[in-house]
Each structure stands twice: as structure tokens, then as C-alpha cells.
Design a protein around this ligand. Structure first.
Ligand code: ATP
Ligand code: MG
Ligand code: MG
Ligand code: MG
Length: 472
């Protein structure tokens, strides 16, 4: 008997309602009037104008459960216990109202009293220069000082890339899940990249306004922005190993296992594939329900990559037929109470996925033809290693996954220059980043590195117009 995702969500919002917060619905994953962000990546992102003082909030205290996407975490998905691309972020916000003391007190009270987590297992971090937060944790909350870790700017200072504007130190809450969570470091503690100390709540104290010359000026009315990953806290509350074992995600994993005729928990590689599919199926369902459709640019490209990745992992599990669209039903079943839009859009989402799955089958065929051409040429030249640029071209232009390229090469007694591939990918990213910066587009938290935005291809243009002209 454990607390379900839906119960935790409600408990959080009710708690902050009792602290006089205005509880708002989740905003769309697609940012409104905000060119700086591709997809909403945190609870505060849609509230940015309230933080900047550009718009007046409906209340000085707000709380939400916000749909978020972090494509920058895509490589971690399925491998760590704690990363998803799509996830829900619980957050409470103060716009020039309460500050550090209340934010910390309430986070602690919610964690230890409402959720009943054992204080002994909790650790916190503060920004290395934030003595004020350290003092509150130590003397007011009474966390033993050995369990208050000071972390540097990378972890615990929040600001908009190189830009100006509101910024400030963070303080995080972690749970120690004990040894056996895969870390060899005897001094493992919060900030370590393993899954033993699980970060679940981040409190941001937006107390500065960074000016053009890089000075951090104290804001007269500082803000609070907190974010707690719902999947992570559910993972803790349900006493399970990873966010893929919580009630809502487990249903998806079970469906994937059943469809692919695999047993979850038997083979690590296959488990990763199952988790990737579950994650991506959930993400694309929410993305499409918020109006994103596959294309070669921006958000459309993000979703296309997610769909292809999922299909590729389906192939690794031996699934030959289209399957992704069949998972929509499970996602809707698990999330329709919290997100009404899913029910009405279900059929539409399934239709978009079916079309995209079919298209990908075609591009897979095209990619194979191109690759066979390369192989023939290389063989004639007595070369055995496909160069990185060509492997990257297959990946980038034809949506052809590197693992598949490698698999086929191996069948032909060849291999691929993976270093060269990575370099090609890196320079492509740098070009894309430069192009973004030129356009003044940058992420609030550098979270868009995993999937590139402006990949230009010629091959898919026909599909894009097809989507735009198809009445679905
Ligand atoms: P991590 O260090 O584990 O990658 P983070 O420091 O990047 O997390 P924050 O930016 O502080 O995360 O986001 C606030 C909270 O949102 C985190 O404490 C966590 O609970 C949750 N969260 C962040 N990224 C993810 C993700 N990819 N999947 C699920 N939950 C996430
Ligand atoms: Mg992160
Ligand atoms: Mg972190
Ligand atoms: Mg954090």
C-alpha cells in the first residue's frame, strides 16, 4: 500500500493551497510568447514574466504541477534511475512575497510531515556562499551540519546562461537511498552523479538582478521558485528503484514488455530499451496533445527524434510491427484525470504516430540503400572504417541511428569511426548553437543540448508539407 502519483500531486497542491497559494493548472509544453525556449522545462518557465515583473501574477503565491520536457536528459533516460524526457514538476512560487525561511520551512514540513519521510535519510545542499540558507537549515530546521553540503555555481546557482536578469542561489533536498545504488565512491554524497543520493526538490532563491556589467544586485522583492520532480518523489514514496517503477510508469513498462514478448528485469540492455520506449511514448503523447507534430525543425524535430528513437529500441526488442501508437491508450488511461486534454485528443495522437511510424519505415529503407552504397565504395577502396562524417550524415539526414549503422557494418566485416562521428555531431551542435544565439534564442537552463533544433534536411521536406496539408 503506497501513495500513488495522483495522490502525491493532489497532496502537494492542497498543502500549498492551505498556505494561501493560488493553484493553477499546468501550462502547455509549448511556451506562449516566449522565443527563448523551445519547450517548457520547469515549473517557473511559463511564469517567467511574473518573475521579471513584466506582468502581474494573479496572486503573489502560486503553485502548479507543470508538464516539463528536458531533451538535454535524453541520453540518461533508461540508464539512470531518475531521468525522463517528459516529467511533471511540482512547484510553489513567490513573486516578491515570502522568501527563504518560509520556502525552506514549508518544503521541510511537506517532506517530513505530509509525506512522512524519515529525517534521518534526508540531506540538503546550499550554494557555497549562501550562509543565510545554511543557517536556516542548521539552526532553524535543525539539520545536522554534516548533512548540509555546500555546492558550487554549477549545481546550486541558477541564472539564464550568460544573460542578465533575475538569478540566485539554490538549495536542494536529497534522500540517501543507501549503499547498493551503484556508487563506488566511499565519500559519495549529494552532488555525486550516481543514484544513491536522489535529488528530489530544488529551491531557487531568486534574490539578484544581474546587470549588463555582470554585477549581482540585490532585488528589493526577491522571489521563490521551487521544483520537485513528481516521478522522483513518487519513486521515493513507493520505495521502488527507479522512476520507471512508479505506478503510472510501471503500467507502461508492462505494456511494452507484453507487446515485445520480453520480461522486464531480466536483461539490462533490454530493460533500457523498454524504459526508453515507455518514456518516449509518454513524452510524444503529451507533446502531440499540446499541438506539436513531427517535422524537421524545432519542436517538430524533437518529437520526430523521440519517435524514431523509440522505434529503434522497439527493433532492438524484436518488434517488427508498428507499436508506438498502441501505447497512447495506456498513457491516457494513467494521466487523463490530471490532464483532461488527453482523452479528447487520443485518436488524433494515435493517428499522427501511425503516420510517422510508417514514414520512418521508409526512411530506414532509404538509409540502408545509402549505407550499402558506402559499403561498396569502401570495399572497393579496401577501407574498413566508415568515416565519422558519413556515419553522421546517415544519422542526421536520414534519421539513421548509429547503432544500426554499426550493426550493418559489422555484418560486412567493417566498423565505424565513432570518435569521428562524435566530432561531427559536436561541430553540428556548435553550428546550431551559434545559429540560435544569433537569433537570440537561448535556454534558461541550457537544457536543449540533447536534441538539436535547426537541422536542415532536404529529404523530409515532403513529409512536412504532407503533415501540414493533411486533415487528421
Ligand atoms: P539532476 O541533477 O538529477 O539532473 P537537476 O538538478 O537537473 O536534476 P533541477 O533543474 O533542479 O534538476 O529541477 C528540479 C527538480 O526536477 C529536480 O530536483 C528533480 O526532482 C526534477 N527533475 C529534473 N530533471 C528531471 C528529469 N530529467 N526527469 C525527472 N525529474 C527531473
Ligand atoms: Mg539535470
Ligand atoms: Mg542536480
Ligand atoms: Mg537541481
Amino acid at each position: 500500500d503506497y501513495m500513488k502519483v495522483s495522490e502525491i500531486r493532489k497532496k502537494f497542491l492542497d498543502y500549498f493551497k492551505s498556505k494561501e497559494h493560488f493553484v493553477d493548472k499546468s501550462y502547455s509544453l509549448v511556451p506562449e510568447n516566449d522565443k527563448s525556449l523551445l519547450l517548457i522545462n520547469a515549473g517557473m518557465a511559463p511564469l517567467k514574466n511574473y518573475f521579471m515583473g513584466i506582468e502581474t501574477p494573479p496572486s503573489k503565491r502560486m503553485a502548479t504541477c507543470q508538464k516539463c520536457m528536458r531533451t538535454g536528459d535524453i541520453e540518461n533516460v533508461g540508464k539512470t534511475a531518475r531521468h525522463a524526457t517528459f516529467f511533471e514538476m511540482l512547484g510553489n512560487f513567490s513573486f516578491g512575497d515570502y522568501f527563504k525561511k518560509e520556502a525552506i520551512e514549508w518544503a521541510w514540513e511537506f517532506t517530513t510531515k505530509e509525506l512522512g519521510l524519515n529525517e534521518e535519510e534526508l540531506w540538503v545542499t546550499v550554494y557555497e556562499e549562501d550562509d543565510e540558507a545554511f543557517e536556516i537549515w542548521e539552526n532553524h530546521i535543525k539539520v545536522p551540519k554534516e548533512k548540509i553540503v555546500r555546492l558550487g555555481k554549477d549545481d546550486n546557482f541558477w541564472e539564464i546562461g550568460t544573460g542578465t536578469g533575475p538569478c540566485g542561489p539554490c538549495s536542494e533536498i536529497y534522500i540517501d537511498r543507501g549503499k547498493g545504488f551503484g556508487c563506488d565512491d566511499p565519500n559519495c554524497k549529494p552532488g555525486c552523479d550516481c543514484d544513491r543520493f536522489l535529488e528530489f526538490w530544488n529551491l531557487v532563491f531568486t534574490q539578484f538582478d544581474k546587470d549588463e556589467s555582470g554585477n549581482y544586485n540585490l532585488l528589493p522583492n526577491p522571489n521563490i521558485d521551487t521544483g520537485m520532480g513528481l516521478e522522483r518523489i513518487a519513486c521515493i514514496m513507493q520505495g521502488v528503484e527507479s522512476i520507471f517503477d512508479i505506478d503510472t510508469m510501471k503500467n507502461l513498462i508492462n505494456k511494452v514488455a507484453q507487446m515485445s514478448n520480453q520480461e522486464y528485469g531480466k536483461d539490462n540492455k533490454k530493460d533500457i530499451s523498454m524504459r526508453v520506449i515507455a518514456d518516449h511514448a509518454r513524452a510524444v503523447t503529451f507533446l502531440i496533445s499540446d499541438g506539436v507534430i513531427p517535422s524537421n525543425e524545432g519542436r517538430g524535430y524533437v518529437i520526430r527524434r523521440l519517435i524514431r528513437r523509440a522505434i529503434r529500441h522497439g527493433k532492438l526488442l524484436g518488434m517488427e510491427d508498428m507499436f508506438l501508437w498502441k501505447l497512447v491508450d495506456t498513457v491516457v488511461e494513467n494521466y487523463k484525470d490530471a490532464y483532461e486534454e488527453l482523452t479528447e485528443k487520443q485518436e488524433y495522437i494515435e493517428k499522427i504516430l501511425k503516420i510517422e511510424e510508417e514514414k520512418f519505415e521508409e526512411t530506414l529503407d532509404q538509409g540502408i540503400t545509402i549505407l550499402n552504397g558506402y559499403i561498396e565504395r569502401y570495399k572497393n577502396e579496401n577501407k574498413m572504417i566508415l568515416n565519422g562524417d558519413e556515419a553522421f550524415k546517415l544519422y542526421d539526414t536520414y534519421g539513421f541511428p548509429l547503432e544500426l549503422t554499426l550493426e550493418i557494418l559489422i555484418e560486412n566485416g567493417m566498423t565505424v569511426d565513432e570518435e569521428g562521428f562524435k566530432n561531427a555531431m559536436k561541430s553540428q551542435r556548435e553550428r546550431a548553437r551559434a545559429a540560435r544565439n544569433e537569433k537570440g534564442v537561448e535556454g534558461w537552463k541550457n537544457d536543449m543540448s540533447g536534441l538539436e533544433l535547426s537541422v536542415q534536411t532536404t529529404i523530409f521536406n515532403g513529409y512536412d508539407t504532407l503533415y501540414e496539408n493533411t486533415q487528421i
